[in-house]
Design a protein around this ligand. Structure first.
Ligand SMILES: Cc1cc2nc3c(=O)[nH]c(=O)nc-3n(C[C@H](O)[C@H](O)[C@H](O)COP(=O)(O)OP(=O)(O)OC[C@H]3O[C@@H](n4cnc5c(N)ncnc54)[C@H](O)[C@@H]3O)c2cc1C
Length: 246
């Protein structure tokens, strides 16, 4: 049973970062708060960023930028959102979750089964992180590989390259269930950008040749070998849909 001892709702980013970086009080950010509601966050105190974070969507030069507080349903409803992002965000959870959960929270949470995070990888997402000393832009794949890049920081925006044809393929126990493994792909100059869910501790950007070397964690829905096989089959399907040779 989690106990939260303090709740803060600062009006500006500077104050939020100061609260987050107190050395004597373990503190985490909450945005939509759905992970707190699901009992997935352990912390002494929380900093709610809803009064200060950006909830706007802007588009320029074939890139789309989502303020960290953009709700998943608003991402889906935006005309600027690439089709693959809208399609995968629809699968993040039920309507009530999509109206509450945010883009920043989804990226920071980086659930291993998040098809939206995989789609963001395919779309070359860059994550803007505000820290007490600076603001930095970090490629999403680097952030997923090194979570310490987010320590003491707050995601303020996620920006994607909106161009390129895309495709997806997935296997779940039922069509409505969370996928066991999903593959998404996007055509980029010189080839494909391929990302997978369900084969690691977070969604992975991967080269097709590296799939056989994957060592996925198994669970009651699929052993490591089954997941590796699904990864190979679904990746081939995605690449074939994008017109590549398999
Ligand atoms: C019923 C239910 C179903 C769910 N289904 C799914 C699912 O299918 N797929 C999935 O991936 N997840 C799922 N989740 C988990 C979670 O709800 C999602 O990951 C959600 O998108 C998180 O968004 P949020 O804005 O609510 O984040 P929060 O719950 O507010 O935060 C999530 C994490 O991100 C951090 N964080 C949030 N915003 C920022 C920021 N701007 N900067 C830095 N750190 C930040 C928080 O500290 C926390 O660690 C589910 C949860 C529930 C309750």
């Amino acid at each position: 049973m989690q106990t939260i001892h303090g709740y803060h709702r600062p009006a500006d980013l500077e104050e939020a970062l100061a609260l987050l970086n107190r050395s004597d009080t373990p503190t985490v950010v909450i945005a939509g708060g759905t992970r707190v509601a699901a009992g997935l966050i352990q912390a002494g105190e929380v900093v709610d960023i809803q009064a200060l974070a950006d909830a706007s969507i802007s588009s320029a030069d074939a890139h789309v930028s989502y303020g960290s507080l953009v709700r998943l349903q608003d991402l889906i409803d935006s005309e600027d959102t690439p089709a693959l992002l809208a399609e995968t965000a629809m699968r993040e959870g039920p309507n009530t979750l999509r109206h509450t959960a945010t883009v920043g929270g989804t990226v920071a949470g980086a659930d291993a089964e998040s098809e939206l995070v995989a789609a963001l990888l395919a779309h070359e997402a860059t994550v803007t992180i505000a820290r007490p000393d600076a603001q930095v832009d970090v490629p999403l794949d680097e952030l997923l590989d090194d979570r310490s890049l987010l320590d003491g920081g707050i995601i303020t925006a996620v920006t994607v390259d909106a161009g390129g044809e895309t495709a997806s393929a997935r296997t779940g126990r039922t069509p409505a269930d969370t996928s066991i493994v999903a593959a998404v792909g996007r055509v980029v100059p010189g080839g494909f950008r391929l990302a997978l869910t369900g084969v690691g501790h977070h969604p992975l950007l991967i080269e097709q040749d590296d799939i056989e070397r994957l060592d996925p964690p198994g669970d009651f829905r699929g052993s490591p070998a089954y997941r590796r096989e699904l990864a190979a089959v679904l990746s081939k399907r995605v690449i074939a849909m994008l017109g590549g040779a398999v």
